[in-house]
Design a protein around this ligand. Structure first.
Ligand code: ATP
Length: 358
């Protein structure tokens, strides 16, 4: 991004620990953007569970137009004790992901020096889950018949289309090429022959046609789950459908230090829409309001936001500062520290390397 420019960020703090982690992370994210000579201009959007209870809708009818006026969206969490979890998710996160066609969900899992991880001593963990974000098992197509009777039946239709598979696969191949890593395709085509059979075909065809330089392998998702736990260092980029990608990235979270450490980006390479950046964790109602939530997943989501928006120096500065905060023990209880959410965010901000005016 050109120096002297502004980055317009829509900030949705949301529910539970969302407002706390965003409040702690945002100052460091804004300061870091200065490393690229960029000023962050935030617009606060009070969308989420409280709004849903107050007005009947988690966001206004023109929500998509409102966010399209920004370069990026920073999101905390959704989930309210008085609202059914499915209603929460379908009232905000999924409509934004689908409405903006944010077809790629990127979830990096990185092992940090100084944090406990289930990985064997000396093993380096650094993999990226690339998850299809618009269809699959989360297409929302289905229904119930004979409701409330002993014959009740429900369908939940998984949709897998060639264009959607091809565009997410291209995104995964590009990441594997850039990272110089193996690409592993996670499917279950030995059982789901139709949907995941199509995945296998499309991904291998694309690889042979456009990415002969990228090593590609297929791993059935159940075997891959075992491998992720036993040999996480053998993974580079993992390409998965909507459901498998969701589960695999949570499975990988302990290698990064837990759910409080895993960031994510919902983006649409090639489309002119704002990306949606959020920690992988949810609203964590058990710790909400206590000031103990870990803000680092949100800080790292901010690093992804900056990198996707042409601020690589700021993104790198945030990651360096997170490593320093961990090294100094300025971390929250989930990482074995005593810092509050606000103190952990402030420690990252204080550890930002000095900006060099570009
Ligand atoms: P939701 O329904 O909104 O997804 P949840 O509690 O079911 O909420 P998460 O919010 O993802 O799921 O978290 C699961 C648990 O992990 C939490 O109950 C909390 O104990 C822990 N946790 C999640 N995020 C953090 C965080 N940022 N800092 C510390 N602990 C966290």
């Amino acid at each position: 991004m050109e120096a002297g420019r502004t980055l317009r960020v829509a900030v949705i703090r949301g529910d539970g620990i969302g407002p706390e982690v965003v409040a702690a992370a945002l100052p460091a994210i804004c300061d870091a953007a200065a490393h690229d000579g960029v000023a962050v201009v935030c617009e606060e959007l009070d969308w989420g569970g409280e709004r849903l209870l107050r007005t009947g809708a988690a966001m206004p009818p023109d929500a998509l137009d409102l966010v399209r006026a920004h370069d990026a969206i920073l999101f905390g969490a959704i989930g309210h004790p008085q609202i059914d979890p499915a209603e929460s998710v379908w009232s905000l996160v999924l409509p934004l992901r689908k409405g903006l066609e944010l077809y790629a969900n990127l979830r990096p899992v990185v092992g940090w020096d100084g944090l406990w991880s289930p990985a064997r001593e000396g093993v380096e963990v650094d993999f990226l889950v690339v998850r299809e974000n618009t269809e699959g098992e989360y297409s929302g197509i289905g229904g119930r018949a004979h409701a409330g009777t002993p014959l009740e039946v429900a369908t939940e239709v998984a949709v897998h289309s060639r264009p959607a598979i091809e565009r997410i696969a291209r995104c995964a191949f590009l990441h594997a090429r850039e990272r110089g890593q193996l690409l592993t395709l996670a499917t279950k085509s030995n059982v789901n022959r139709h949907g995941y059979g199509l995945w296998d075909e499309v991904v291998f065809e694309l690889g042979a046609r456009e990415f002969p330089d990228v090593a590609l392998e297929k791993n059935y998702v159940d075997a891959l789950a075992t491998r992720m736990v036993a040999r996480p260092e053998s993974l580079g980029v993992v390409l998965a459908g909507n459901l498998f990608g969701d589960i695999l990235s949570d499975l990988g979270a302990p290698f990064a230090g837990g759910l409080g450490m895993v960031p994510s980006a919902n983006v649409a390479p090639g489309l002119d829409v704002p990306g949606f950046f959020e920690p992988v964790h949810g609203s964590a109602p058990d710790i909400a309001g206590k000031g103990v939530a870990n803000p680092l997943a949100t800080v790292l989501s901010g690093a992804m936001l900056l990198r996707e928006n042409g601020c690589p120096a700021g993104a790198g500065a945030l990651e360096t500062a997170v490593a320093a905060a961990i090294r100094d023990g300025a971390v929250t209880a989930d990482l074995g520290g005593r810092a509050t959410t606000a103190e952990a965010g402030e420690a990252v901000r204080a550890a930002l390397p000095a900006a060099v005016t570009p």
